[in-house]
Design a protein around this ligand. Structure first.
Ligand SMILES: NC(=O)c1ccc[n+]([C@@H]2O[C@H](COP(=O)([O-])OP(=O)(O)OC[C@H]3O[C@@H](n4cnc5c(N)ncnc54)[C@H](OP(=O)(O)O)[C@@H]3O)[C@@H](O)[C@H]2O)c1
Length: 242
């Protein structure tokens, strides 16, 4: 799809990957509708990109966002949140929040905007998932499950839809406030965090080139494929090397 003149709704546009995607989409000539909770940060991104800011909580008002957004050509389901630690210590409300923000909200928003896309004869759905959803990450079982759900949801839709294209973007570690906000900093030396602009370029390229799946960085497709091909060896190696 040509992004020039296309109307693009980005969730989680007030921070990190979403804000970088807004800037990259604006450079490609898209007309932006930007969603997020923090009005001040969202307004700043809107002012910079010429977008329309629609502040709100996705878990309580996906319907309001869909109706205020108007006809949308491209939906970038990017908003998300994390939690890290052993499952036995994870509060029930954190589980509910992760499922609501990372999985239920993008499914509902997609359900609300898809009929318009089909009626207009085309559109593009992008889901910002995570490598965690492809391989499962220790101490992030619920987060991994929400992202795996998103990946398989997208795959199912891809089989179902003809006029509307579907892309999944799977970042590894990205240098955004995500870790600070989940309450547990990223403590490993590798993989090294990539800048959010790199993920933003992958989102734009997924739409422009109709790419079903984009790993960022690209080498992350190797562990994902390896787990699919040899799950036993993958588990043994990840148990040993983390
Ligand atoms: N950073 C990483 O290493 C990494 C790796 C793989 C995948 N991802 C995924 O990339 C996506 C973007 O994350 P990020 O790294 O850019 O994190 P971030 O900087 O924390 O941004 C998260 C965005 O989601 C929005 N959001 C969270 N809860 C919301 C809610 N209830 N309603 C509406 N908006 C909500 C936030 O809005 P407010 O700020 O306005 O509250 C913010 O704009 C997420 O889906 C994340 O899971 C991140």
């Amino acid at each position: 799809m040509r992004l020039s003149g296309a109307r693009v709704l980005i969730t989680g546009a007030s921070s990190g990957i979403g804000a970088a995607t807004a800037r990259e989409m604006a450079r490609a000539g898209a007309r932006l509708v930007l969603a997020g909770r923090d009005r001040r940060r969202l307004d700043a991104v809107a002012a910079e990109t010429g977008g329309l800011a629609l502040p709100g909580d996705l878990t309580t008002d996906a319907a309001g966002l869909a109706s205020d957004a108007g006809p949308v050509d491209v939906l970038v389901n990017n908003a998300g949140t994390g939690w890290a630690g052993p499952l036995a210590r994870m509060p029930g409300e954190a589980i509910e929040r992760l499922v609501a923000v990372n999985l239920t909200a993008p499914i509902l928003l997609t359900r609300l905007l898809l009929p318009g896309m089909v009626e207009r004869g085309g559109g593009h759905l992008v889901f910002v998932a995570s490598i965690a959803g492809a391989v499962g990450v220790r101490d992030e079982a619920v987060y991994s499950a929400t992202k795996a759900g998103l990946i398989v949801f997208a795959e199912g839709l891809r089989h179902e839809l003809r006029e509307v294209r579907v892309s999944v973007v799977l970042p590894g570690v990205v240098d955004t406030p995500f870790f600070e906000r989940r309450g547990t900093p990223y403590a490993r030396r590798r993989p090294r965090p990539v800048p959010p602009e790199r993920v933003a370029r992958a989102v734009v390229s997924a739409v422009e080139r109709d790419r079903a799946e984009c790993y960022v960085p690209g080498w992350l497709r190797v562990p994902s494929r390896f787990r699919g091909a040899a799950p036993g060896v993958f588990r043994a190696l990840s148990g040993r090397f983390g």
